[in-house]
Design a protein around this ligand. Structure first.
Ligand code: FES
Length: 109
């Protein structure tokens, strides 16, 4: 199992333990974490699984594809550490990682 923590924009944290192999978005949705909408459920076209990743976890989250970067560039609340949670594979290397949600999820669909 991989333990990851989700933090809302007010600082409230919820930790979950989930088997690796799915996306961080799927793990969050399956655990009914609020703060993530995932309207397209992983097709990388809605932008509503937006999370902020601390720099120390960048490498473990893998690299962004061009499409993901284009989606992030269109999100008003994006920061340098922004990712789409549906594009991050929940791997053992992410054990202990934290993902913060923006103040609101904004759909690009
Ligand atoms: Fe829609 Fe990630 S779930 S972009």
């Amino acid at each position: 199992m991989v333990r990851v923590t989700f933090t809302d924009h007010l600082g409230s944290k919820v930790a979950i333990d989930h088997a690796p192999g799915c996306s961080v978005m799927e793990a969050a949705v399956e655990n009914e974490i609020s703060g993530i909408e995932a309207q397209c459920y992983g097709a990388a076209v809605c932008g509503t699984c937006h999370v902020y990743v601390e720099e120390r976890w960048f490498e473990a989250t893998g690299s962004k594809g061009e499409w993901e970067q284009a989606m992030l560039d269109a999100l008003p609340l994006a920061r340098p550490g922004s990712r789409l949670a549906c594009q991050i594979v929940l791997s053992d290397q992410l054990d202990g990682a934290e993902f913060e949600f923006p103040e609101r999820q904004e759909s690009l669909e």
